[in-house]
Design a protein around this ligand. Structure first.
Ligand SMILES: N[C@@H](CCC(=O)N[C@@H](CS)C(=O)NCC(=O)O)C(=O)O
Length: 218
């Protein structure tokens, strides 16, 4: 049985969405980020990323983590690729070339999209979007996102999904770009990307994990 460590309000949402799409049974251990707790080391504090027993599992102290028998993975996109390849059916690769394509999308998401998208998210989370500093950060992040988003826009012309069907590639890229979604101007001139994101987020499995995420305390 697979075990996923990490609350829904985290990058664990990526493999949790994929598992919901695939209908794979798993055990969920809702480890929470230590920084979200007033005192993560207090007696009775929920299992968190600073709890010794979690650090023994993942010494970097971050979620998600996946245990699959003797295998332990601690990077959300590697976890997604593993689940898709081993249990995902059509969500995963049908050939070595498709596996490479999915890895290509994962690396684009992790390197060209996520870092700038996280900056956008931080501005909105800290309610700084209307301040000069927040505006400055948004402008720089949007500039950094321009090339990957243009690349997605061109790729999605005449296509519903990144590959010839919905797959783990869509989950990984959408989930990284979602962090920047609050910044309207980013997608305003990218109708293909906007349509694709809406289609991803309309999927029943996404709606299910999103509802579970929203049921967790902020
Ligand atoms: N590259 C890692 C990043 C993991 C990460 O930053 N996780 C956050 C939650 S979304 C976390 O555990 N933060 C707690 C901390 O860094 O102390 C991945 O994609 O899995």
């Amino acid at each position: 049985m697979l075990t996923i460590y990490g609350v829904y309000r985290s990058r664990a949402l990526r493999p949790l969405w994929l598992l919901a799409e695939a209908g794979v049974p798993f055990t969920h251990v809702p480890v929470i980020q230590a920084y979200r707790l007033p005192d993560p080391k207090a007696p009775g504090a929920p299992l968190n990323t600073a709890t010794p027993e979690f650090l023994a599992l993942n010494p970097i102290g971050q979620i998600p983590a996946l245990r699959d028998g003797p295998l332990l993975l601690t990077e959300s996109l590697a976890i997604c690729l593993h689940i898709a390849r081993k249990f995902g059916g059509a969500l995963g690769p049908a050939s070595d070339d498709e596996a490479s394509l999915m890895e290509n999308w994962a690396l684009l998401a992790a390197t060209a999209i996520e870092p700038a998208a996280i900056e956008v998210l931080s501005v909105y989370r800290d309610k700084q979007q209307d301040t000069p500093t927040g505006q400055g950060v948004l402008k720089i992040a949007a500039e950094r996102l321009k090339r990957p988003v243009n690349r997605l826009e061109a790729h999605l012309q005449g296509r519903d999904w990144l590959l010839d069907r919905f797959s783990v590639a869509d989950i990984m890229v959408e989930e990284c770009l979602r962090y920047a979604q609050a910044y309207g101007p980013l997608l305003a001139n990218h109708p293909n990307v906007a349509r694709w994101m809406a289609a991803c987020q309309a999927r029943p499995a996404f709606r299910d994990v999103w509802a579970r995420r929203n049921a967790e305390p902020e």
